[in-house]
Write a protein that binds this ligand. Structure first.
Ligand code: IMP
Length: 430
């Protein structure tokens, strides 16, 4: 058993990129299995920032092989730009560092156009998507009309598929959303350029590759995107993304079975954030939320949008632990909480005059829940220079211990800054 799944335990932006980067030092393979360029994984190495949207966060470790598996919606234009930036920075020299499944769904410019047009037409009712075309691309997959990565290398079949797709998309774009249609020949020309650049990364059957690696005892990290509460089935529907963001999705998206998974590491911030619309019980729409936002630099790495901020929500975190089967936690951005007089943690919700401790799955109900808090004494000390667990200030330790006791699973990692060295290990990874 040598597979480790890394999942977001909140509404995304928990710091999965940093964790996967740090874990990748010990991994042979790093696999992205769902989502697309809606993700923004920020890595800081030697004070240099790299933001990845599609390339797995293991790419900065040249000895690890990064895989984009079948469950991903692959924005080929964005991927080409990302690869060019990595190459220019000298971070992707060897094409063998990145392998792409032939079964991944190709995301094309019309998916982005449809996503944005739809959001605009929804007005106040909008989901607040990233506008990256994720929903329309997964819709094509589900309706069995998607262009797959392997199709890019069969010109005749691709032309037929796109011709048929554009008939429908252009009808919608022109007549329903009143925007410009897409020209088939110009699109084919663009795709030819993108596929030429990406052909060196083509790996056909990545499921077989991962299977063999696991069988040989290789260390495989599965890198989730977005967070559990944005899951299409178990999140705050309809304010969710269009893929399953849970640990189970790592298996489906990569094409492997569950027996090979050693642990599921859930990533949570020491507080909570959310981008886009939807219920968020512990949101602090006040000076506290503003302070968390500014100190934590809580602005989206994909869209630049300000993230909504609030206190740690243990009801939601325990739900995420349950629906993912999370076995271990990484607690991120603890340093951001320095300087607060009082720190709050939500341990229950109050709804219709009653306290509940199980997360309500109906978004209507969640929207009516009020947080029930426990208060903790804050600490003043800057944590970013701490390198040993025992050097955390007393009140920070009390806070971490309280969270650990409440969730009843081990906290393996505590992060106190974006750098690799700002990571406190409670337990080794493998
Ligand atoms: P979509 O995935 O672009 O369709 O957006 C659907 C919802 O998921 C919106 O609320 C987005 O803000 C949110 N979302 C999508 N990707 C991320 C992410 O990587 N981090 C945080 N929120 C995300």
């Amino acid at each position: 058993m040598s597979g480790i799944i890394v999942v977001g335990a909140q509404w995304g932006d928990e710091g999965k990129g940093k964790v996967v980067d740090v874990f990748s030092a010990q991994a042979d393979y790093v696999v992205r299995y769902q989502g697309g360029a809606n993700a923004g994984h920020t890595l800081v190495v030697d004070n240099k920032k790299t933001v990845l949207h599609l390339v797995p966060s293991g790419i900065l470790h040249t000895e690890a092989t990064c895989i984009i598996a079948a469950g991903v919606v692959l924005d080929v234009e964005t991927l080409c730009q990302e690869i060019n930036a990595l190459k220019e920075a000298g971070l992707l020299q060897n094409p063998k560092q990145l392998l792409i499944s032939d079964s991944a769904t190709v995301l094309l410019p019309y998916h982005r156009m449809l996503d944005q047009a739809r959001e605009q037409s929804l007005g106040q009712e909008k989901i607040g998507t990233t506008g990256k075309g994720i929903g329309p691309a997964y819709e094509d997959r589900a309706s069995r009309k998607a262009v797959l990565f392997g199709d890019l290398f069969n010109k005749e079949a691709l032309k037929l598929k796109l011709d048929s797709a554009l008939k429908e998309k252009n009808f919608l774009l022109e007549n329903y959303y009143k925007t410009k249609p897409i020209n088939l020949n110009s699109l084919l020309k663009q795709i030819a350029e993108w596929s030429e650049q990406l052909s060196v990364y083509r790996s056909k059957d990545t499921s077989l590759l991962i299977h063999k690696a696991l069988k040989a005892g290789k260390k495989v990290l599965f890198e989730g995107a977005q967070g559990s509460l944005l899951d299409i089935f178990h999140g705050t529907y309809p304010f969710v993304t269009s893929s399953s963001t849970l640990a189970g999705s790592a298996l489906v998206g990569s094409g492997i079975g569950p027996g090979t998974i050693q642990k599921v590491v859930g990533i949570t911030k020491a507080y909570t954030t959310r981008v886009g619309s939807g219920p968020f019980p512990t949101e602090c729409d006040d000076a506290i939320g503003e302070k968390i936002c500014q100190v934590g630099n809580e602005f989206g790495s994909t869209t630049g949008r300000r993230r909504r901020c609030g206190w740690m929500d243990l009801v939601a975190l325990k739900y995420a632990i349950r629906i993912n089967g999370i076995t271990n936690l990484a607690l991120m951005k603890l340093d951001v909480l320095s300087g607060f007089e009082e720190i709050k943690v939500c341990t229950a919700y109050e709804i219709d005059g009653q306290n509940i401790t199980e997360y309500p799955v109906s978004p209507g109900e969640l929207g009516r829940c009020k947080p029930v808090y426990e208060s903790f004494k804050g600490w003043k000390e800057d944590l970013t220079q701490v390198r040993m667990l025992k050097d955390l200030p007393r009140y920070a330790q009390e806070y971490v211990n309280f969270v650990g006791n409440q969730v009843a699973i081990p906290i393996d990692v505590i992060s106190i800054g974006p750098g690799r060295d700002q990571t406190l290990w409670v337990k080794p990874l493998f």
